[in-house]
Design a protein around this ligand. Sequence first.
Ligand SMILES: [Zn+2]
Length: 110
Amino acid sequence: MSNLPNCPKCNSEYTYEDGVLFICPECGHEWTTEQENEEQTVIKDSNGNVLQDGDTVTVIKDLKVKGSSTVIKQGTKVKNIRLIDGDHDIDCKIDGFGAMQLKSEFVKKI
Ligand SMILES: [Zn+2]
């Protein structure tokens, strides 16, 4: 954890980390590392299995669809998921429901 980069502006080695930011106390420069940006987000299902685009999952609990009275029943099969960024990290189409976004914590990979 102590392998902090030098400041890209003034090359100071007294940089420190603050959350996702690196901060240089000498010139006040703040930046994030490229490594951080390149790091791939790993999205896992409720069992901790890594999900990928195209996977088929099932819903593990009844999910109420926002803004409607529709409920996606536990056990509903969801084919060909697409992983996205955000609070709901799965984009998909469910037969009979249409386009939908789900949370990975409420599904499991088949
Ligand atoms: Zn600096």
